[in-house]
Design a binder for this molecule. Structure first.
Ligand code: KIV
Ligand code: ZN
Length: 501
């Protein structure tokens, strides 16, 4: 008989905390629905006390999603718990996730407290949350660096007052896999009543061991894993959903543990999150990276042609990678595009589909080999068209031993403005021309240009971080012309600035 691992997805909470990855409520609902389609058991939808936007998103996700449990995060603070309970009022199954730091560092240097007082606060928080919901998860923040004996005391105490899930986060990504596994085993062996609760892992990837630590935890008795799509999350990220699910599937004979995930939807969910959050997936990322199933050396190609299993331990179609089955070209119709978009997790209304299709045809004229990433970018572009400041015209003159000059026309709420500027390069001259029009003291802190697939006809993606009045804003642009992509990224960030009076 196999065991079941519950998948708790925190893309919309721990993942969304990443600078530049913030989503609006509509986008969060789209991700939540994709997670439901994927078959996750729990969706951590936000930290409601942190902002009205987070609160509203949990309410709307609760309405939009049917069967996964919706989870709302709190500190061990009554006001947080009140707000979390309120945020879950429409959830068919709601869970409050409350907790407190238990490591020496957190107790003494963050909470200015002592171990007994922290244990008391943990118990009081769980008791208080139980007044609202039956399903209460407790997290012992920085459990990875918490002494096992004290951790066991805290966990035993919260289970006694009704915690249904006990989360053991390696908050700082510090543990080695054998240490994390032993920690879970210690709790299994030493906590009275441990069988009354599910043990959960929540590993961060600071040393690149989040997946290994989670698997070690599962091998020692954890039956819930907290994960994010593409491993996004604070700093180096969280354990990635796709790595855990595919490890369990590929090594089932050894681990004998199942999940409820429909693995063929993994790739679509990965693209959706990457595109909505403007967070590129590294090409060599396990399971969902562009090169995860690409064989480039002659020996490997020959081996795969003889028998796929010579060099592949997973079938790409098992994770929903099916690129070559429909080749999209300038002759493809709307239906083919719609089908491809649906595989990528996008369900578009007719009007938006028409708009994306028009842009698709223009791109297909410039680029013969249209990839999934190109298509997902077109969807993003169609959304950006609704912005207040738009690029209407751009002309750049540049070349070796020439002074680059750019002329820009912006459409600001329907009115047109022109400017021309020189610069030390084509991007610099175009951005300087834009700045002449918008008159805002904006500093570009980060500027990242990336080709998304390959070839000189490729689409270039630009990520920009700008600073305005001590606040950071992120912008994103994509185009076969990287100067246009750069200006689009700059304008994307500018559109997020407070409107000037
Ligand atoms: O990393 C962590 O400890 C967390 C908790 C809030 C669960 O994200
Ligand atoms: Zn975390």
């Amino acid at each position: 008989m196999s065991d079941r691992l519950y998948i708790f997805d925190t893309t919309l909470r721990d993942g969304e905390q990443v600078p530049g990855c913030q989503l609006n409520t509509v986008e969060k609902i789209e991700v939540a629905k994709a997670l439901e389609g994927l078959g996750v058991d729990v969706i951590e939808a936000g930290f409601p006390i942190s902002s009205p936007g987070d609160f509203e998103s949990i309410v709307e996700i609760s309405k939009a999603v049917t069967w996964p449990t919706i989870c709302s995060l709190t500190r061990a603070v009554q006001k947080d718990i009140d707000v979390a309970a309120e945020s879950l009022k429409y959830a068919k199954k709601g869970r409050i996730h409350t907790g407190i730091g238990t490591s020496y560092y957190h107790i003494h240097h963050k909470l200015n407290s002592n171990p007994d007082a922290i244990l008391e606060r943990a118990v009081e928080a769980v008791k208080y949350a139980k007044k609202y919901v039956e399903d209460v998860e407790f997290y012992a923040e920085d459990a990875g660096r918490t002494e096992n004996e004290y951790l066991a005391r805290v966990i035993e105490a919260v289970i006694k007052v009704g915690a249904t899930v006990v989360n053991i986060p390696d908050t700082t990504g510090y543990c080695l896999p054998h240490e994390f596994g032993e920690k879970i085993k210690y709790l299994v062996d030493n906590v009275e009543g441990i069988h009354k609760a599910t043990i959960s892992t929540h590993c961060h990837n600071d040393l690149g061991m989040a997946t290994a630590n989670t698997i070690a935890g599962v091998m020692n008795g954890a039956r819930q894993a907290e994960v994010t799509i593409n491993g996004i999350g604070e700093r180096a990220g969280n354990t990635s959903l796709e790595e855990i699910v595919m490890t369990l599937k590929s090594r089932y004979k050894v681990l004998n543990i199942d999940t409820n995930i429909n693995t063929t939807k993994i790739y679509g969910a990965s693209r959706l999150v990457s595109n909505l959050m403007n967070m590129p997936v590294q090409p060599n990322k396990a399971v969902v990276g562009r090169n995860a199933f690409a064989h480039s050396s002659g020996i490997h190609q020959d081996g795969v042609l003889k028998n796929r299993e010579n060099y592949e331990i997973m079938d790409p179609t098992d994770v929903g990678i099916n690129e070559s089955s429909i080749l999209l070209t300038a002759r493809s119709g709307r239906a083919a595009l719609k089908h491809r978009l649906e595989l990528l997790g996008f369900k578009l209304e007719k009007e938006k589909l028409d708009e994306v299709y028009e842009e698709f045809l223009k791109l297909a004229d410039k680029k013969k080999d249209i990839k999934d990433d190109d298509i997902a970018l077109l969807v993003g572009d169609a959304t950006r068209k609704e912005r207040r400041i738009k690029l209407d015209f751009l002309q750049v003159v540049t070349g070796k031993d020439l002074m680059p000059m750019a002329t820009v026309r912006l459409d600001i709420a329907g009115e047109k403005f022109d400017a021309t500027s020189a610069g030390n390069g084509p991007v610099d001259s175009a951005i300087k021309a834009v700045k002449q029009i918008i008159h805002r003291q904006v500093i570009i802190d980060e500027f990242l240009v990336q080709a998304i697939t390959r070839g000189s006809d490729d689409v270039g993606k630009v990520h920009m971080q700008v600073e305005y009045e001590n606040t950071i804003f992120h912008g994103f642009g994509a185009n076969t012309d990287i100067i246009t992509a750069s200006v689009e990224a700059f304008l994307d960030a500018i559109n997020k600035l407070p409107v000037a009076k």
